[in-house]
Design a protein around this ligand. Structure first.
Ligand code: AMP
Length: 283
């Protein structure tokens, strides 16, 4: 494995791999790796000849009052984990290498980006789509792997690839959780011991919602009861959103007529944590 910081050098290598007929897999990340990241890397390793993973805290997907400057980082540790997991190239450019002073072209995001995180973080998905598109153009992957933890991000990237005819397959992988149910996240390090103790209720609340959904409750009631669940079990948390949406179009559902996605974002101390659950009606 080697670390590459130059976008031009990565693209040059990728053109060579492509000419050699090698299948390239890409795993984009913001670093501070945990088992969630590693699950994507291990899956990709099984499906490609050359595996590129990126570590880049993309400034354009953070809003002005978000945690960009405090986002956790440990590149040395990430590199050791990447090496161990069989990554061939770890791409870790600087912000200036990825965004020149005149950068002024952006992906205009589709309707799947309008709700959930798109509502609370208005410029987030434009930044995500633009950086992922740039990474695709640099690594020229046959496929790229993303986690279902960021379900809306996956839906957005699928729409982008479809609408812009990008020659990349998007692969989604399941959420990796701690043994108590908390979805793994780099941001979990922001939690105090007390916050960490109640954080598993984020997932438990979604299970509570799924249970009520299977018993026939409709979205308005599901949201009301689960909001009360969070208020009771995570009294120090602040619900950013809790919604029931169509899993593909990411539009709110009023009456359940098929599978749904329950999605939540909750502020707990310094962290804003997200989680979601796909609820299948087995039709
Ligand atoms: P991030 O570094 O947080 O931007 O995440 C990089 C990739 O890892 C994204 O595709 C995330 O969806 C994915 N990811 C993050 N946490 C998890 C998790 N707990 N389980 C599965 N995938 C995850």
């Amino acid at each position: 494995m080697y670390c590459e910081t130059s976008p031009a050098a990565l693209q040059h290598s990728a053109l060579t791999w492509r000419a050699q007929g090698r299948v390239v897999g890409l795993v984009p990340t913001m670093g501070y790796w945990h088992e969630g990241h590693l699950s994507l890397v291990r899956w990709a390793r099984e499906h490609c000849d050359t595996l590129v993973a990126s570590v880049f805290v993309n400034p354009t997907q953070f809003g002005p009052n978000e945690d960009l400057s405090k986002y956790p980082a440990d590149l040395e540790r990430d590199a050791a984990l990447a090496q161990e997991a069989g990554v061939d190239v770890l791409f870790c450019p600087s912000k200036d290498q990825m965004y020149g002073p005149d950068h002024d072209t952006w992906i205009n995001v589709p309707a799947v980006a309008a709700h959930l995180c798109g509502r609370s973080r208005p410029t987030h998905f434009q930044g995500v789509a633009t950086i992922v598109c740039k990474l695709f153009n640099l690594a020229l992957p046959a496929f790229a792997v993303f986690g279902e933890k960021d379900w809306q991000q996956l839906a957005l990237l699928r729409a982008m690839v479809r609408d812009l005819n990008l020659p990349v397959r998007i692969e989604g992988r399941p959420i990796v959780r701690e043994s108590d149910g908390l979805a793994m996240s780099s941001r979990n390090v922001y939690l105090t011991a007390q916050e960490r103790r109640v954080a598993p209720h984020i997932h438990a609340g979604l299970k509570f919602l799924a249970d009520a959904a299977h018993k026939g409750a409709q979205p308005a009631e599901l949201i009301e009861r689960t909001t009360a669940y969070y208020a009771q079990h995570i009294p120090t948390g602040q619900l950013d959103y809790l919604d029931v949406v169509d899993p593909v179009r990411i539009q709110p559902v009023q009456t359940i007529g098929g599978d749904i996605l329950a999605a939540v974002a909750l502020r707990l101390g310094k962290a804003r944590l997200i989680d979601n659950m796909y609820i299948s009606y087995g039709k």
